[in-house]
Design a protein around this ligand. Sequence first.
Ligand SMILES: NC(=O)c1ccc[n+]([C@@H]2O[C@H](COP(=O)([O-])OP(=O)(O)OC[C@H]3O[C@@H](n4cnc5c(N)ncnc54)[C@H](OP(=O)(O)O)[C@@H]3O)[C@@H](O)[C@H]2O)c1
Length: 294
Amino acid sequence: MKRILVTGSSGLLGSKTVNEAGSKYEVYPTHATLALFPNSLKMNVTDESEVRHVISLIKPDVVVHTAAETNVDKCEDNKAYASRVNVEGSKHLAKICNQLGTRIIFISTDYVFDGEKGLYVETDSTNPINHYGVTKLFGEQCITKLCSDFAILRTSVLYGLHPKKQNFVRWVISNLKKESQLAIVEDHYNSPTLAKNLAKTILEIIDKDIKGLYHVTGGERISRYEFALKIAETFDFDTALIRPVKMSKLKMWIAKRPKDSSLRVDKIRREIDTKLLGVSQGLKEVRQEWEMKT
Ligand SMILES: NC(=O)c1ccc[n+]([C@@H]2O[C@H](COP(=O)([O-])OP(=O)(O)OC[C@H]3O[C@@H](n4cnc5c(N)ncnc54)[C@H](OP(=O)(O)O)[C@@H]3O)[C@@H](O)[C@H]2O)c1
């Protein structure tokens, strides 16, 4: 049975990865501040000796590195902190995994691109326009430079249900439930990804020992506005509560966002059997899960 250690297991993707792995693998969840699983081990990735201690103790076959500071505006506001978590943290893991012969799967982002082109493939040039994107790109470079056995998976707008944390889908649902009006950007495109679907794909990538750089998303290009409308339709809320706005009119963002950071997924599709779920199918799954929980 493969031993898998998951960083950031209290996060959206980390928790789905632990849950999807079930009993088919020996799974070791780790966290920095929030232990979502009873057997979760504390491992702050910024603390090199703690990372060394935990990885040496568990001796996993694979580390799935989902942990990151993912708040794009917080990264812009506190660049040193973001670099410590997303770059230094990834460097510690890369170094230790390589020394111990452990495979690493690093989760990266569509924000490594500037968003001027859209539908990016793996060979397109990167050019991040905010500090979060810069730190994730440097994180990728730590992995490629220091590790001999790795996969880097770039994903985009993760969504799904999490017991404690907010994400775009949850935020839209909770506002529409209160009948609040929402202004959503119509000129900001990406490729929403059901976290549970990505978790399944990660496990297949582990099983098939797939290596290298891949884009893994729901395989669709959609604006935030259209995505919000689909959420409203799926959950039977009034779509009239949602109105489109231009990115330039939105004053609440600190960091710049790429206009179109959608990703093509042809490369990974050729390698896996897991079906990448587009927005309609993915949201249907979220609704089913929501109904079971409420
Ligand atoms: N969310 C998106 O839309 C999106 C899009 C593209 C790519 N990604 C990438 O996908 C990955 C997963 O994203 P997500 O949305 O699932 O993340 P998330 O829900 O924000 O969770 C991130 C996790 O990272 C952990 N973490 C933060 N600082 C840490 C540290 N110093 N040491 C150890 N753990 C630390 C947090 O743990 P504690 O709670 O224990 O502090 C948290 O559970 C990230 O690498 C992200 O960059 C996300």
